[in-house]
Design a binder for this molecule. Structure first.
Ligand code: SF4
Length: 478
């Protein structure tokens, strides 16, 4: 069997795009491999949101030149934001050893390229064989063509990503995404629902609906309540346990949307709402369309409407012209709001963006690093304090996989929980009592096992004067 290898860097949208490409290749008779030298087809799915990501992609591309030259039957495909909506002649000329260039979310150039090289009868037989292998469950309600974002071979993941709106029509001055992923395009609701039904039939228990501004789902079709309607429909999918959506933009988080999250039990109390900076002048230069006061009010509104909600945010430090005082505003608002997670980035100019063309990248690299580190330390402290609140509490965990001998899952608020248990718990919702907390994860014992362990530990403790039950269980769970 021919093999493919996909290398992915960047956001969750890229991860979803890669699984889509994987699924398409598997329909053509390919199977995945972790070893590039074994592969006939290699796809590099790239990101250029930060210079460091672009550098890594360019390095990988260079390192694959000998791989491609060694064997004329191999295929190298370049995908994602490095390609953009249409590959520029400069890009095509710079990398003549690339066979196929693919825009973000577009698998068809590679599929067409491979199909053109195959004999018709061979192709039809292979496709049929693949469908039968994986889709024995298939019926008319779940057409195979609708499952875009899950590869066919191996175990389906417990949690999957489903893009619902591609591209972005905003123009934040630092952002290259609108140039590379094109204007906002919402997928038809019926296609999304069919895809999610297909994913659930394969074993998926949680879906995260993706969009650069996911709250604007449907706006390009004149439907300003699109996401709320979509969430209600997804909630009806039998067998699906959890739903998340990201990323939100502060200007589109309506009460109706938040009330929907609060009202529907499968919708998790987890909101991703980037602030980017805490200073109004910087926010204006970024063209974000809100003030720090607006963001404060948004956080208060989210917390009022959705109980026990976790709010995640994005921050850029060292934006052009960001003074010490302006950075301090960012630090202060994060201290005040105590958000659950902050994705931190140092500003790097992206070619063609407004901030690159019209502003001076005047914050020295060293200073960007210092600000980044200050926020990292703050984030670690606040995160540890927030997680400590869960000590000795019981949380519901969706068990995703095993990691270093322990089960790994997530709470409704998307916090990572690890625990030991010899049972096969993959894909199950389980109550876990938290016995240890750190800034980035927590550990615990399954509540049903905890009772057993406590009984045993109490007996041992009484007999042998051992340490307290909690410390014994905590030790066992490490
Ligand atoms: S909203 Fe702004 S930061 Fe987000 S993808 Fe669109 S342009 Fe980029």
């Amino acid at each position: 069997m021919k093999k493919y290898h996909i290398w992915t860097i960047g956001c969750q949208m890229n991860v979803a795009d890669s699984t889509h490409v994987g699924a398409e290749l598997e329909k053509l008779g390919y199977e995945p491999t972790a070893d590039i030298d074994e592969a006939e087809v290699v796809v590099l799915n790239t990101c250029v949101v930060r210079q460091s990501a672009e550098d890594k992609a360019a390095g990988k591309l260079g390192s694959l030149k000998p791989w491609r030259k060694q064997n004329p039957d191999r295929t190298l495909a370049l995908m994602g934001c490095m390609v953009g909506v249409k590959p520029s002649p400069a890009l095509v000329n710079a990398f003549p050893w690339v066979d196929v260039f693919m825009a973000p979310s577009e698998a068809s150039p590679l599929v067409d390229y491979i199909r053109n090289q195959m004999i018709e009868g061979e192709l039809a037989a292979l496709e049929q064989q693949q469908l039968q292998r994986r889709y024995q469950f298939q019926d008319d309600a779940y057409p195979i063509a609708s499952v875009k974002h899950l590869a066919l071979l191996g175990d389906a993941p417990v949690a999957a990503h489903v893009p619902v709106v591609y591209g972005c029509s905003h123009a934040c001055t630092f952002c290259i995404i609108p140039f590379r992923r094109g204007i906002e395009r919402s997928r038809p609701q019926v296609e999304i629902i069919q895809e999610i039904r297909g994913l659930v039939a394969q074993g998926v228990k949680e879906v995260t609906l993706l969009g650069q501004i996911v709250d604007r789902y449907g706006y390009d079709h004149g439907d300003n309540h699109g996401l709320t309607g979509l969430l209600r429909e997804v909630h009806e999918v039998a067998g699906l346990e959890r739903i998340r959506f990201l990323t939100s933009h502060p200007n589109y988080m309506t009460d109706e949307l938040l009330e929907t999250v609060a009202a529907l039990p499968k919708l998790m109390p987890h909101i991703e709402a980037p602030i980017q900076a805490g200073d109004n002048e910087v926010l204006t230069r970024m063209k974000r369309g809100y003030t720090a006061k607006d963001y404060r009010q948004l956080v208060a509104r989210i917390r009022r409407i959705i109980p026990d909600v976790a709010i995640h945010t994005d921050i850029i430090v060292g934006f052009p012209g960001e003074s010490d005082e302006q950075f301090q505003q960012t630090y202060d608002i994060l201290e005040e709001l105590r958000l659950d997670k902050a994705h931190l980035a140092r500003y790097s100019p992206r070619p063609g963006t407004v901030s690159d063309r019209r502003m001076i990248d005047d914050v020295p690299d060293e200073e960007k690093r210092r600000r980044h580190q200050l926020l990292e330390e703050q984030h670690e402290r606040i995160s540890a304090e927030i997680n400590r609140r869960w000590q000795d509490k019981t949380v519901q965990v969706l068990v995703e996989d095993r990691h270093k001998g322990k089960w790994r899952g997530r709470t409704p608020q998307n916090r990572l929980v690890f625990f030991s248990d010899e049972r096969d718990l993959r894909g199950q919702l389980l109550d876990v009592r938290i016995t240890w907390t750190g800034p980035w994860s927590m550990q615990g014992v399954p509540a049903d096992r905890g009772q057993v362990d406590e009984t045993i530990a109490n007996r041992l403790s009484a007999q042998e004067n051992l340490p307290t039950t909690v410390s014994l269980i905590a030790e066992n769970s490490m």
